[in-house]
Structure formats: C-alpha cells, structure tokens
Design a protein around this ligand. Structure first.
Ligand code: PMV
Length: 316
C-alpha cells in the first residue's frame, strides 16, 4: 500500500500581528525553509478504525481514541471525518514530522493541521480544495490560539504572500521586487494564546488608548502593501520599526526580542520587528546583500538560537 504524504510551510507575519485580530489588515508570507509533513499509510494488521499517530521528534505516540477530543491532532481528524460524514475509517498510521519550531511565531500549529488534513483526505481518496483546508484549519487554530484572526491557516494553506483582513476575501500580494529577511529565534517558546488574551485584556481595560494603536498598525500594513507592490523596498524598514514600536506599546515585546531588534539595526538592517504573537519566538530583520552576513552574525552574538535567511518573492 503506498503512503500518502502532504506538507505545509511555516510562515511569518511581516506586518499587522495582533491588530489583525481586530479587523485591521496584516501581511504574512510563507517560509518554505521549514515544513510540517504528514505521512499516512494503511495499517493492514490493525482492526478497522484504529488510527495510530506518531510524532517521533516530540516523543509522541498514541492511538487517536486515547487522546482528548480537544487535542489538536485528534480535533483535526474528528473534524475531517465529520466534514466527510465518515463514521468509521480504515485503520491507518499517521506520522507527523516538522522542522518548524513550536510556539515561535512560525505557524507550526497551522502547518501541522494543514498537513494532517491534506494527508488524510488524500489517503481517503477525497483530496480537499484549498478553501476547505483553510476553513477546517481555522477551526483547529481556535484550540491553539483562542481567538485567531485566520491569517496563519490562510498563508500556510495557500503558500503565497497574503494581504489579509479578517472575514474578507484573501488577497494575494504581488511582490514587485524581491527582498531579503533574516528570521531570528529568541529560543523562547511563548504561546500566542497568552499574548492574544493579554492584548484583549489591555484593550478591554483601556479601549481609548488601544484602539488607535490597532488603527495605526493597520495603516502601516496598508503602507507596506503599497511599498511591496511598487518595489519601494527602502520604505519597508522604517515601517517595520514603527510597527515594532507599536507592538511594544501593546506589551508583547520582551528583553530578548528588544536585544535582537537592536542588534540587527546596529549591524545595518534597515528595519526590524518582532513577528507573530511576541514575548518570545522570532523577530525579522530587513537586510540586503551588503548587510546580510553582518546582521546575521550580530543576531547570533546577541543570543539568537537559530537564524533563517529568506527571500520574499512571488510563488514559483
Ligand atoms: O504567533 P503566530 O505567528 O501564530 O501569530 C499570531 C498572530 C496574531 O495576530 C498575534 C494572532 C492571530 O490570530 O492573528
């Protein structure tokens, strides 16, 4: 019996995190250097309906029915079966592998869910359309994030740069002139559900102060869209810096993120900001051919546990 495998990339948010939850635009791009993969294979020795899930990298090995219905792996499979109206499936083994760091703002949860949905639906002979994959993955994102905007499942499913507004049609962002980023990991895993919850508290306590910050972040994302679509890359750095300052005022930065942002700017990056939920996870720095090596060294010296160089371009 052949194995069915499906993969999904990581992602980073360039502009608009947190404000995007409140209806402001955000910009996110796939990061194909890191991937989640699901491999599905029929288990002819097991009784019908037996589903064994293994994720060796995190020491995970369990039968589906031993997991809580709220476990994201189980929830994704239950939701898929419900979508197909399947009550019992042939026995299979699902292997999950991922090179995307967990809780680091690189969309690991969404990528694993998308890979699972695609792998199992292919195994069952009913491959899903992107739109369905994204909307099912959004339901599972709620388990990871509480009140997600939907930006992660969208960019990870469609594998292209997106200009995203909650509950609006997805807009693909056309990259006029490719540009280079370094993604640097603080090494601190910080759950997005916590920062999203804390920002919500802050907004509920002081809406008059926080609502204008969301709007200002939205305006930066709009300006960045224009710059990206017209090749005005020199405008992006200052926009990233302003976005980072606003995220700091939402209290989602941290000493470690500040250290990396400063190191990147001091080493010649033209812009730098935290990316994703914040307080830990990754930051991004805008670089060019002259500054890239210097900025990367500076980030490692300042404590980055991992760096990724990526070029933001249209999908091939
Ligand atoms: O931590 P990440 O990369 O999964 O980013 C989440 C982005 C937020 O805007 C903070 C939340 C959301 O659902 O949009």
């Amino acid at each position: 019996m052949p194995a069915f495998s499906a993969s999904a990339p990581g992602k980073i948010i360039l502009f608009g995190e947190h404000a995007v939850v409140y209806g402001q635009p955000g910009i996110a791009v796939p990061v194909t250097q890191v991937q989640a993969k699901a491999i599905v294979q029929a288990d002819i020795d097991a009784p019908p309906g037996r589903i064994r899930i293994q994720a060796p990298e995190i020491g995970f090995d369990s039968n589906l029915d031993e997991l809580s219905p709220l476990h994201p792996f189980r929830a994704a499979i239950d939701l898929l079966f419900k979508h197909f109206g399947i009550e019992s499936s042939p026995a299979f083994r699902l292997q999950i592998k991922s090179t995307i760091p967990i809780a680091a703002g690189l969309g690991s949860g969404a990528a694993v869910t998308v890979a699972i949905l695609r792998g199992i639906s292919a195994f069952l002979g009913h491959p899903l359309a992107d739109e369905t994959v994204s909307s099912l993955a959004f339901e599972i994102e709620k388990l990871y994030h509480g009140t997600p905007s939907g930006i992660d499942n969208t960019v990870v499913t469609y594998k292209r740069p997106v200009y995203f507004i909650r509950n609006k049609e997805i807009e693909t962002l056309k990259i006029h002139t490719p540009f280079q980023l370094i993604i640097a990991d603080t090494g601190i895993a910080y759950p997005t559900s916590v920062t999203v919850g804390d920002v919500r508290k802050l907004w509920e306590e002081t809406p008059d102060q926080i609502t204008p910050i969301f709007s200002a972040i939205g305006s930066l994302a709009k300006a960045a869209k224009y710059a990206i679509e017209h090749g005005k890359i020199n405008q992006l750095g200052p926009l990233m810096n302003e976005n980072h300052d606003l995220l700091r005022s939402l209290k989602v930065s941290s000493i470690e993120l500040e250290k990396l942002v400063k190191a990147a700017l001091d080493a010649g990056a033209s812009g730098a900001k935290l990316s994703g939920g914040g307080r830990g996870g990754n930051m991004i720095a805008l670089v060019d051919a002259h500054s890239i090596a210097h900025v990367e060294n500076a980030l490692v010296t300042a404590g980055a546990v991992n760096t990724i160089q990526t070029t933001i371009d249209n999908p091939v």
